[in-house]
Every structure is written in C-alpha cells, then in structure tokens.
Design a protein around this ligand. Structure first.
Ligand code: 4NP
Length: 152
C-alpha cells in the first residue's frame, strides 16, 4: 500500500482539491486498493468543508468531493504516509520544520515531478480567487505523480 498526503495551509482550497482529483485518477486507473490519498493543513480550518470555489470546480468536472473535512497535519502523518506533497514554499518550510527525524525525505513540492515546473508553487486561490488556475495546475501535476509513484 502506498499512502499519499497533500498538504496546504488551510486544507480547504488546494489540498482537498488535489485529494479529490487524485482519488478520481486512482479510481480510473483501478488502483484504489493500492494507493490511498488524504489531505491536511499546516494551519487547518479544522472541521471545515472545502471552500465554495473548490466545491464548484470539482462539481463542474464531475469529481466526487465527499468526505473532505479540514484537519491539521499530525506527527503521525509523517510516519504513515509515503509521499507528503506541499503546494508552496511556505508549506514545505512548515513541513520540514515539523517532520520527525528520518521522515523529511518524504516531503515533496507539488510540481517536483514536472521537469519544466519543478520547484514552482501552486498559487493559493484563497488570495487569488482563481480556482480554475489551481485546477489546471493540479491537472498537470497529478497524472505525473501517479506515474512517478507507480514507478517506485
Ligand atoms: P489553502 O488556502 O491553504 O489552499 O486551503 C487557504 C485557506 C485558508 C486560509 C489561507 C489559505 N486562511 O488564511 O484562512
């Protein structure tokens, strides 16, 4: 079993969108029994549903958004997950500061699997209001993540 965790700041905009989209990709690839997906926030709006903008864009693309509730990342997440994928430089700084010994190598940036976009963040739609751009960025990165994970 491979466990993937997407992380952003609030766990209401980017990382729940990534979770829902990746779960959908995994289902389409018939890999649901092999790869789990979850999301969390470094400063989560604990208990909140995804932002209206995230819910809308997932609905537009017919991607199920059930079971997405904001939660705070825990120390145990670093132990339980194989890939801990942050959305921007602040997420990565916070994750590295929080990582228990021996787990920092599991931390990745969302675009690390795209050679032409490696190291680039996914802009926070909380500030940009551009959920479409977030969706498009994730649409580019997530299939590359699935390929990368399957090769490991
Ligand atoms: P997210 O966006 O990290 O993509 O979920 C944000 C959500 C909430 C806040 C900031 C960013 N906030 O400041 O409450």
């Amino acid at each position: 079993m491979t466990n993937v965790l997407f992380v952003c700041l609030g766990n209401i905009c980017r990382s729940p969108m990534a979770e829902a989209m990746m779960r959908d990709l995994i289902a389409q690839a018939h890999l649901t029994s092999q790869i789990t997906v979850d999301s969390a926030g470094t400063s989560a709006q604990v208990g909140s549903q995804p932002h209206e903008g995230t819910q809308q864009i997932l609905a537009t693309h017919h991607i199920p958004a059930t079971g997405l509730v904001s939660r705070q990342i825990t120390t145990q997440d670093f132990v339980n997950n194989d890939y801990i994928i942050g959305m921007d430089a602040m997420n990565l700084r916070d994750l590295r500061a929080m990582a228990p010994q021996g787990t920092a190598a599991k931390i990745y940036g969302i675009n690390d699997v795209l050679p032409d976009k490696k190291g680039q963040p996914i802009a926070d739609p909380w500030y940009t209001h551009n959920f479409n751009a977030t969706y498009n960025d994730l649409s580019a990165a997530l299939p590359a993540w699935l390929t990368f994970i399957q090769k490991q």
